[in-house]
Write a protein that binds this ligand. Structure first.
Ligand code: SF4
Length: 281
């Protein structure tokens, strides 16, 4: 069967994830005991591969020895100081863009702003970034959440989870700006790589029969790309591997298939999916 594939140029790993994974691989070559505090990145297949090379994913800081890598999404200030007081060697692989968010929260707090982070309260990146705000931080997901806030100060600082759609962020900012009594300071902490992925995937989704977004079920940026594409093209599916695509039992005959992938999806999974798709009968 003839399948036409349109692969997004922006699909797959970003520089932050690439750096975290390559640093873990080089630590694994030179050190006997290497752990990551929490999953290094949100891609189960990549983590499985690293675990086979010897990486140990830990969820508690418990006087571990050897090398401990801080994941790309970052951790809280308390966790970081706990790690640093261990006997282990700490390798900080927090993505620089996530660091920028952490520093923005810290700077706004120091300037006495109440910080609003637009994003997912439960995401590790937000739990980490929030800790830089000295309890002076609220997390909201959308403009609907603004009315639930109980803030007494008029100084409002606004930042974003790095991976949310740009429109969601500015919608919240513009809503706050309607209140002329507020002193508002906005720091754009969005990740350009994710923004490009979202834009390109949406463009491709318009023109294809089926849109595939490859990436971990636990990867928020992959879920977000899939959600945006689904709004445009109802035949959008998020898959982690080709096996999951097969299980969907889609009719791919003579179809045009668009492919994008989240920032944690390694190139070998994208390639494997395309190769198997081209050979599918
Ligand atoms: S998606 Fe952006 S913020 Fe997240 S790790 Fe990659 S470069 Fe950093």
């Amino acid at each position: 069967m003839a399948i036409k594939i349109i692969l997004a140029d922006s699909a797959g790993v970003c520089f932050g994830v690439e750096k975290a994974v390559s640093s873990a691989e080089s630590e694994l070559k030179s050190s006997k005991r290497v752990s990551s505090y929490g999953p290094l990145i949100h891609n189960p297949q990549s983590i499985e591969k690293l675990e086979k090379q010897g990486l140990n994913v830990i969820n508690e800081i418990n006087n571990q020895k050897g090398t401990i890598i801080i994941r790309a999404h970052g951790i809280t200030i308390d966790e970081e100081s706990k790690l640093n007081s261990n006997e282990s060697k700490v390798v900080d692989m927090t993505c620089p863009i996530v660091k920028r968010l952490q520093f923005a929260v810290k700077a706004l707090t120091e300037e006495s702003y109440h910080v609003i982070i637009v994003g997912d309260y439960n995401h590790p990146e937000i739990i980490g970034a929030k800790s830089y705000g000295n309890n002076n931080v609220s997390v909201i997901q959308s403009i609907e959440d603004i009315k639930k806030l109980r803030i007494t100060t008029k100084k409002i600082g606004i930042v974003a989870q790095t991976t949310i759609p740009v429109e969601n962020f500015w919608e919240v900012v513009n809503e706050f700006k309607k209140n002329k009594e507020l002193d508002i300071k906005v720091i754009d902490t969005l990740c350009d790589d994710i923004h490009n992925k979202q834009l390109e995937a949406k463009e491709i989704a318009k023109d294809v029969d089926i849109m595939l977004v490859i990436g971990g079920r636990n990867s928020s940026n992959t879920k977000e790309i899939a959600k945006l594409c689904k709004e445009i093209n109802n035949s959008t599916y998020q898959i982690e591997t080709f096996k999951q695509l097969k299980e969907l039992n889609l009719n791919l005959k003579n179809k045009t298939v668009g492919i994008s992938a989240g920032a944690s999806t390694p190139p070998w999974i994208i390639k494997e999916t395309i190769d198997k798709l081209m050979m599918a009968k």
